[in-house]
Each structure stands twice: as structure tokens, then as C-alpha cells.
Write a protein that binds this ligand. Structure first.
Ligand code: PRP
Length: 182
């Protein structure tokens, strides 16, 4: 069944997202001047954030993508992470920023940091639009270098984040209220 947008309440508006992403871009621009920057977007959720963030960074940079899977179409994390698509190019010697839409349990990011560190980047940092610290599981506390917003423990959709593949195209981040709540 296609979920209804009527069950989504706006948490972060398009204007709030734009403003914060511009600020993150400026921060990254200041910190990475003179470096060989690669943004690694984690598909599919980070697609919108990555494309807006890269436009807010006033530096030469490259992008690449990885696809992982941790949520299997529902609202709860399964706890397992699977590599679906690897990077196209080597990141050896590059200053890499992993770009995520959300850090929830932290398991995806922990896997990414461990995996990408073995590929000898010059540096490895993390940027996430959303940080949901209440979701973090033991042993998956990662350092987040660039955070857009810290959010409470709701299930959020929009701006790349999905429910069963839907809602990624919403231009805002919203809280999804499942039917049982009504
Ligand atoms: C989501 C999100 C992060 C990950 C975060 O991806 O994009 O990659 O979960 O969750 P965690 O901190 O609990 O590991 P998902 O597996 O849903 O795939 P998607 O990006 O294609 O939606």
C-alpha cells in the first residue's frame, strides 16, 4: 500500500533545511580549502542532501556513491548492514567526507568508517543531515564531524528518507504517524 502524506507532519521545513545546509557547506569550505575532497554519498537516503550540500561547498571536489542497506522496508532497523553497491573510484589519498541522511543506531556509519578506513584515505570525516542519538546502540557511538540537526526519536521521512521506498521526494523532513496511532 502507498503510504499517505496526510500522516506526515513537517519537522524541518524546506527553508530550515536550506539555511542549515548552506551553513554546513560554508563550514566544510573553510575546513577543506587546499585539500583533495571527495564526498561519498550513501544511497539512497543521502541523495537530496548530497546534491544540495555539494552546491553549498565552494571548492573543487569529487563525488562517489556507496549503497548499503540496513532498514528492510519497514520502520525498525534490523541491525545488519549489507553492501549493495561499492564506490566506483579509489579514495586512497583523498580527503573523504561520508555523507548520510540520518544516523540512527549508528551501525551503518560504524560499518562505513571501518570499511573506508582500510582504503587509505588521507582523512575520513562524517556529515549527516540528521542525528537521532536516542536510537544509538551500544558500541556504535561514532564521531560526527558535521551534523545538520539533532532530532528526537520519531520515525522521519522526506528529503531522501523513506517509508517502504516512498516519501523520499518530499522537500521537507516530516514525522510519520503510523495508522495504529489514530
Ligand atoms: C538509512 C539511512 C542510513 C541508515 C542509518 O538507510 O540512509 O544509511 O539507515 O541507520 P542506522 O544508523 O540505524 O544504521 P537505509 O538502510 O534505510 O537505506 P536507504 O538510504 O536506501 O533508505
Amino acid at each position: 500500500m502507498i503510504p499517505s502524506v496526510d500522516r506526515v507532519d513537517v519537522l524541518l521545513s524546506q527553508d530550515e533545511l536550506n539555511e542549515r545546509i548552506s551553513a554546513l557547506g560554508a563550514e566544510i569550505t573553510a575546513r577543506y580549502r587546499g585539500r583533495d575532497l571527495t564526498l561519498v554519498g550513501i544511497l539512497k537516503g543521502s541523495a537530496l542532501f548530497l546534491t544540495d550540500l555539494m552546491r553549498a561547498i565552494a571548492l573543487p571536489l569529487q563525488i562517489d556513491f556507496l549503497e548499503l542497506s540496513s532498514y528492510k522496508g519497514g520502520m525498525a532497523s534490523t541491525g545488519s548492514v549489507r553492501l549493495v553497491k561499492d564506490l566506483t573510484h579509489s579514495i586512497e589519498g583523498k580527503d573523504v567526507i561520508i555523507v548520510e541522511d540520518i544516523v540512527d543506531t549508528g551501525l551503518t556509519l560504524r560499518y562505513l568508517l571501518q570499511t573506508l578506513a582500510t582504503r587509505k584515505p588521507a582523512s575520513l570525516a562524517t556529515a549527516t543531515l540528521l542525528d537521532k542519538p536516542s536510537g544509538r546502540v551500544e558500541g556504535a557511538d561514532c564521531d560526527l564531524d558535521f551534523v545538520g540537526f539533532t532530532i528526537p526519536g520519531h520515525f522521519v521521512v522526506g528529503y531522501g528518507l523513506d517509508l517502504a521506498g516512498y516519501f523520499r521526494n518530499l522537500p521537507y523532513v516530516g514525522i510519520y504517524h503510523p495508522e495504529e496511532d489514530s
